[in-house]
Design a protein around this ligand. Structure first.
Ligand SMILES: NC(=O)c1ccc[n+]([C@@H]2O[C@H](COP(=O)([O-])OP(=O)(O)OC[C@H]3O[C@@H](n4cnc5c(N)ncnc54)[C@H](OP(=O)(O)O)[C@@H]3O)[C@@H](O)[C@H]2O)c1
Length: 354
């Protein structure tokens, strides 16, 4: 059996063994009450290497595939960036020495515009939950590198992925680089979570908006995500997740961001429209619509105490948003726990302009 297929089988068998022992249920959730065998398998007193072998042996026994029981430990990713399924201690508790599975263990995520701001926070959070994250960016390589370093320093796995969106051939380039990066790591060309986040705002009112700005905003915020999803389809397994970052501007009038709002509204309409078709494969697609969030894009709205106070007063929670406020919602939508939510827009504004 080719090495990759064998590895996938091993993980499948391991999951079967854990399920058989009541450690996780069919959806991958960990059960609260564990039988003694499960305790043994999750105990810090038994080295993981031994645990992996024991789980494999049980799984192999269950399906009669004794070959699997003799397979060696799971490999490390060659460049030193380790995969979370490799028992990377992203959920390692230094006090107890316990390792636990993250909700996105073994999954791969692509977060566009992850070098800074909201995308960076989402990338960091998905990696902390166990995903291998492709940190996409436009031109700011240094910031993308900082996102990747932050993830790997905290025991997660990530790699940078450059690719300006809104230009000819943009989506092809992103997937070519993603596929190459996964292949280099000996991983299947599979994407479990796609987050369409990249974007910027070129301000313009009805009096000042220019056709070129309109075209570019539509290309970046609506066209690129549409075709990123189209080309993702063959790479997405059943139960995959698509998350589009839209904007509260689609609900609250921002007359000086006219083309931006129209572009975000186009993106926002994509999720309910596509949800039914993707639902046949249990793939969910949802929007998160942030309000004023503390990033480079919106500096003028929070940098001075006056601007911050003025924007905070529009929210029920009396503050401007932080990128992690958005990232926590994205992590939920990416998780198995959000399996029953699709085609929806989550307002992420702290209750703005209610
Ligand atoms: N901040 C807010 O208050 C707010 C509110 C509502 C919605 N949003 C939306 O949230 C998303 C993230 O915004 P943010 O506030 O985090 O912005 P940000 O801090 O300025 O970060 C923008 C990210 O998108 C990337 N990017 C921008 N234009 C791109 C292009 N043409 N091609 C590829 N990548 C591009 C940037 O890459 P480089 O670093 O390489 O430039 C960066 O990683 C955007 O879609 C924005 O519209 C933000």
């Amino acid at each position: 059996m080719p090495r990759l297929d064998r590895l996938q089988s091993i993980w499948g068998c391991r999951a079967m063994a854990l399920r058989a022992m009541g450690h996780v249920d069919r959806t991958g959730f960990r059960n609260r009450t564990s039988p003694p065998t499960t305790w043994l398998l999750s105990s810090r007193h038994v080295p993981h290497h031994a645990l992996a072998r024991l789980a494999l042996a049980v799984a192999a026994y269950c399906i009669g595939a004794t070959e699997l029981a003799t397979t060696g430990p799971l490999p490390r990713i060659a460049d030193g960036v380790r995969r979370s399924t490799d028992r990377t201690p992203h959920n390692h508790d230094n006090r107890t020495g316990e390792h636990s599975m993250g909700p996105l263990d073994g999954r791969t995520a692509l977060v566009t515009g992850a070098s800074r701001g909201i995308g960076r926070a989402i990338a960091q959070r998905l990696a902390a939950d166990g995903a291998l994250v492709a940190v996409h960016y436009n031109t700011d390589e240094a910031s993308a590198r900082r996102t990747v370093d932050h993830i790997t320093e905290n025991g997660g796995a990530a790699f940078p992925l450059p690719g300006p969106l809104g230009t000819a051939g943009d989506v092809d380039r992103v997937y070519q680089r993603l596929d190459e990066a996964l292949a280099r790591r000996g991983l299947p060309i599979t994407l479990h979570v796609l987050v369409n986040n990249a974007g910027h705002n070129t301000h313009g009112s009805i009096h000042t908006v220019r056709p070129d700005d309109f075209d570019h905003l539509i290309n970046v915020h609506a066209k690129a995500p549409l075709f990123l999803i189209q080309q993702a389809l063959p790479r997405l397994p059943d139960h995959a997740r698509i998350i589009n970052i839209t904007s509260a501007a689609t609900r609250v009038a921002l007359p000086t961001s006219l083309a931006y709002t129209m572009a975000k509204a186009a993106l926002q309409s994509l999720s309910p429209t596509l949800a039914k078709e993707l639902g046949t494969r249990s793939i969910t697609i949802n929007n998160i619509a942030p309000g004023v969030t503390q990033t480079d894009l919106n500096k003028h709205r929070w940098e001075t105490p006056e601007a911050r106070a003025q924007n905070a007063q529009h929210t029920a929670l009396q503050r401007v948003g932080h990128p992690t406020d958005i990232a926590d919602i994205a992590a939920f939508l990416a998780s198995d726990q959000a399996r029953w939510i699709t085609g929806q827009t989550i307002d992420a504004t702290g209750g703005s302009h209610l």
